[in-house]
Write a protein that binds this ligand. Structure first.
Ligand code: 6R9
Length: 649
């Protein structure tokens, strides 16, 4: 990706300095980079000291058997004690942990740290009562209700690793995850609310259970009553949460677990093959997530933090459950999806100060127009975060201006299910933000961009993003598959973790993410990044969202095919919209990047975390049968796009 064609969009002159007040009072200042460089392990040890430990560690990092890391060797810790008990013990029991907002209007609950501690203790007792022992796995398949947080922390408390399966996934997906990690118990709900209507969950669990080959798997199913809809019931297997948990004792003496005790397994789809079970352990994960949450969001005692991620995504684990709760934060948790105005109403009503969401949501709001957010008072906001995909410069600037009132810094945070914690991001009190760039590796993190021979590409060039040193919240392995762990992440270059993303260093040495390397196109011998062409399209005033794929082409090898969603204000874009956009891309990047084909669509296929599934669009562009759609958040989207594409040709 060193073609000169890449350089145009990366030339971004806009800079946003940190607000003076934030800079003066920032949790983490510039000196942290040098301190971490001079002694990385001491840096992470001081981050770990922010937590409560039983036995202190003897060794910060054991890297004697790479790529298998051990952090805080010999230390003992309990994640749930750090997330609840210690705040109560410190006299903050009355502080609100969760302002929970249900999807139906007026369905809200405020839960203090003291109440959360009682609920977690009861649930821990109930799970033990169901026969769950330390080391047993528990699958969680729930909507965004407080009980999901309680369930996760209860598992952590008794040392039973959880695996949370996104509530939008099918019975098949659930069954394969239960089987892969050998989950003995499943925690679910009768249903949840999606787009205003109850949507059942329990039937998918019932169906998944019929697909399991071993009776030990899912031998108990604990069910929260959320919607009150009718459910089938198996007296031997099914247990109501309100019977088992509400009647359990609120006294629970927590055990301290080894720092390397497994905390959870999170399945993430690979580009090929079955989903990978990413294993995270306790001490390092909690250190990495709590420290970066405090650092990157500059968390203060009176902040109201809101991360809009679903708990079934790693962002929900690290930056809604473990990081913020370990820091004793007050946060908003919302059951619904982004509807017009509802989010901004919540920001206004709860005086949210720190807000963390994904570019896909930002682009949806851009599409709807700024009149909607402009109708709310969002002056409480002081910092905005973005995660999940590259944020196009135009989306960044819109987010900053319209949502952040041109006052709030935007932190574009790059990380993965595998990294567990944020790795590349501006420091809000230090870094002058540059729209579209995630800037630099955080203190204590060693990232680089390298070429095929693992050599640093140097400023002004593109290549592969790698991580050069272990970090506390790194994945420890893939559940039950050490070989695949080594092959997938550590085999391309000796001693380097390969993230799978392409990136570029600009002339200042700042990092620009260019999307997954599998998504890079080769057009007449030029390597083009999907991200870059998408950003060029989104910079056109009529375009809200764009997805670009490379489709086989007899003449050029691959050709650029684009799918675009227009802004509501653009109407149907007019007759010449396609030509107008092709010209726009040629002007922004160069003639080589001009799409062969542009399709105007109403929706794009996305995963639960809002990532566009380009593989499916490629099937459409190459006129093939569309592949596996089971990880789509909404599986009907592809039918819409296919009908559109056959209509247009
Ligand atoms: C947290 C999360 C990981 C992949 C990652 C990259 C993309 C995430 C990004 C970003 C550019 C950012 N990604 N954050 N790309 N800029 N700020 O998303 O985890 O679902 O495992 O996805 O997401 O491609 O490799 P996960």
């Amino acid at each position: 990706m060193s073609e000169q064609t890449l350089s145009n969009l990366m030339h971004e002159d806009r800079r946003f300095e940190p607000p003076a007040g934030l800079a003066a009072d920032a949790n983490v200042k510039e000196e942290a980079y040098a301190r971490a460089d001079s002694d990385r392990e001491a840096f992470w040890a001081s981050a770990a000291e922010r937590l409560d430990w039983g036995q202190k560690w003897d060794q910060v990092l054991d890297w004697s058997n790479p790529p298998f890391a051990k952090w805080f060797v010999g230390g003992t810790i309990n994640a749930s004690v750090n997330c609840v008990d210690r705040h109560v013990d410190a006299g903050n029991g009355d502080k609100v942990a969760l302002h929970w907002i249900g999807e139906p209007e007026d369905d809200t609950r405020d839960i203090t740290y003291a109440q959360l501690k009682d609920e977690v203790s009861k649930a821990a007792n109930a799970l033990t009562g169901l026969g769950v022992q330390k080391g047993d796995r528990v699958a969680i398949y729930m909507p965004m209700i407080p009980e999901v947080v309680v369930a996760m922390l209860a598992c952590a408390r008794i040392g039973a690793p959880h695996t949370v399966v996104f509530g939008g996934f099918s019975a098949d997906a659930l069954a394969s995850r239960i089987t892969d990690c050998g989950a003995k118990v499943v925690i679910t709900a009768d249903g949840g609310y999606r787009r205003g209507a109850p949507s059942a969950l329990k039937p998918a669990v019932d169906e998944a259970v019929t697909k399991l080959e071993d009776d030990e798997l899912a031998s108990k199913v604990l069910v929260v009553r959320r919607t009150g809809q009718d459910v089938d019931w198996d007296d031997d297997r099914d247990v109501w949460w309100h019977e088992a948990v509400d009647n359990a004792s609120a006294d629970h003496e927590p055990e301290l677990h080894d720092a390397e005790h497994p905390l959870f397994v999170m399945y993430t789809s690979g580009s090929t093959g079955k989903p990978k079970g990413i294993l995270h352990t306790t001490g390092g994960y909690l250190t990495g997530t709590s420290f970066t949450h405090w650092e990157v969001f500059d968390l203060k005692d009176d902040d109201v933090y809101w991360c809009t991620a679903d708990v079934g995504w790693i962002t929900g684990h690290s930056y809604m459950v473990y990081g913020p709760l370990a820091n004793g934060a007050t946060q908003v948790m919302f059951e619904g999806t982004p509807e017009k105005g509802r989010w901004w109403q919540i920001v206004q009503d709860y005086k949210v100060t720190l807000f963390y969401t994904a570019p896909t949501a930002i682009r949806t709001f851009m599409k709807q127009g700024r009149e909607i957010p402009d109708a709310y008072d969002m002056s409480s906001l002081r910092l905005l975060g973005s995660v999940g995909e590259p944020i196009n410069p135009e989306a960044y600037v819109w987010y900053r201006e319209v949502i952040g009132g041109d006052r709030c810094p935007v932190v574009d945070t790059w990380w993965q299910t595998e990294t567990g914690q944020i790795m590349i991001s501006p420091l809000p009190g230090v870094t002058a933000g540059k729209p579209g760039s995630a800037m630099k590796a955080l203190p204590g993190i060693a990232a680089d961009v390298v070429d095929d021979d693992a050599q640093s590409v140097g400023n002004g060039n593109g290549g592969y993003l790698v991580l050069k040193e272990p970090w506390p919240a790194m994945l420890r392995t893939l559940w039950g598959d050490d070989e695949r762990f080594k092959d997938t992440y550590w085999s391309r270059w000796k001693g380097l973790y390969f993230a799978g993303d392409g990136a570029k260093l600009d002339d200042d040495g700042d990092i620009w993410l260019l999307g997954r390397v599998d998504d890079v196109m080769n057009v007449s011998g030029h390597r083009l990044s999907t991200t870059e062409i998408e950003s060029a399209l989104v910079s056109h005033p009529k375009v809200a969202e764009a997805a670009v794929v490379g489709a086989a082409d007899e003449t050029t090898g691959q050709a650029v095919c684009a799918f675009v969603i227009l802004r509501d204000s653009a109407g149907d874009g007019g007759e010449d919209i396609v030509e107008e956009l092709r010209k726009h891309v040629a002007k922004e990047i160069g003639a080589i990047a001009k799409p062969r084909q542009i399709m105007v669509v109403a929706e794009l296929p996305k995963t639960r975390s809002g990532k566009i599934m380009r593989r499916l669009l490629k099937d459409v562009a190459e006129d093939r049968e569309v592949g596996d759609v089971t990880t789509l958040a909404d599986s009907t989207v592809m039918d819409l796009i296919k009908s559109k594409s056959s209509g247009s040709s």
